[in-house]
Design a protein around this ligand. Sequence first.
Ligand SMILES: *Cc1c(COP(=O)(O)O)cnc(C)c1O
Length: 388
Amino acid sequence: MTIRKSATIAVRTGIESDTQYHAVVPPIYLSTNYGFPAFGEVPTYDYTRSGNPNRGLLEQALSELECGEDAIVTNCGTSAINLWISTFLTPQEWIIAPHDCYGGTYRLLNSRAKKGDFKVLFIDQSDPQALTDALALNPKLLLIETPSNPLVRVVDIAHICQQTKSVGTLVAVDNTFLTPIYQRPLTLGADFVIHSTTKYLNGHSDVIGGVIISKTSQHAQELAWWGNCLGSTGTPFDSYMTLRGLRTLAARMRVHEESAQHILAYLQSQPLVATIYHPSLTSHPGHAIAKKQQTGFGSMLSFDFAGSFDQLKAFVGHLALFSLAESLGGVESLVCHPASMTHRAMGEEALAKAGVSEQLLRLSVGLEDVADLIADLDQAFKQVQESC
Ligand SMILES: *Cc1c(COP(=O)(O)O)cnc(C)c1O
């Protein structure tokens, strides 16, 4: 098959595939079960936990977008990570994970390791010595999250994958923040890509979902087997919705990115903004790596609020176009206080280690008109300044 560009894959997957009525958009199949054509003849789909036409199309689209062999769509991003570790780890084996990973990923790995399911080591993957020491443990798995949540730190995927090759460690990259539009980890040496499709891929904050894409069909088959065995798979309705959201991914990512650039320029002129975290800034420690491995910088950004904690709370309260909510990557703009929201499960010590302070605010730049977004930030900053 010819290699198609991302926007085309996202828009065209499944279009005109209906053979019954020639519906242009593939219909939704909610049926839990499928008839056997004859005694002993197993159909393509028999029971929806193991497979369904809508999930199949979404898996096809995501796997082609990430340049993978096959994908398994799960009921959330967390269950995608859980399926990955359940499939490949045994109790004596190590997984290496970033010390500043998504809060829920940290909780999952930490809690299951405490139960004795496997062993986990959280490290700063940009520290070469920490990485060398970790690989000396002969880990079975290594999880990368780049850019990371919430500080958008960047690590060098190709470099880490080169080092893990000699040890035989399998590498997965959580690509939730950039999507295949801006980063394709399998082409940089990773073995798996994981997404919370809840975020940019669905893009409308109305579906919880996840996916693992494998580079080899062997790994994809093992994941599909365990996905069915454990019951991790996504529903037909969620798959339908996610494919519908995915169709506009390339166009959405472009506007998200453009607006984020305008907002960054605005924030740089604000006295109540201290350090800004975004890989597009030349001051960002991961800027050079980001330029090498990403084709865009993404629209997640964080900054340290320079006023008091009370002023930070007032600022957030004055915002009208940034909803105070968790999650990210939807059409609507969001503001989040990671220490008390998305990352509170990590506990104080782990938060400090990961560099997430009480003063940190994270923005998910949505698709509202960017002039309105900037005006909203501006009135909120002004109100806080006037009350000083
Ligand atoms: C949200 C998120 C997850 C978890 O996904 P859910 O769909 O909420 O289970 C994992 N990784 C990252 C980077 C995320 O942002």
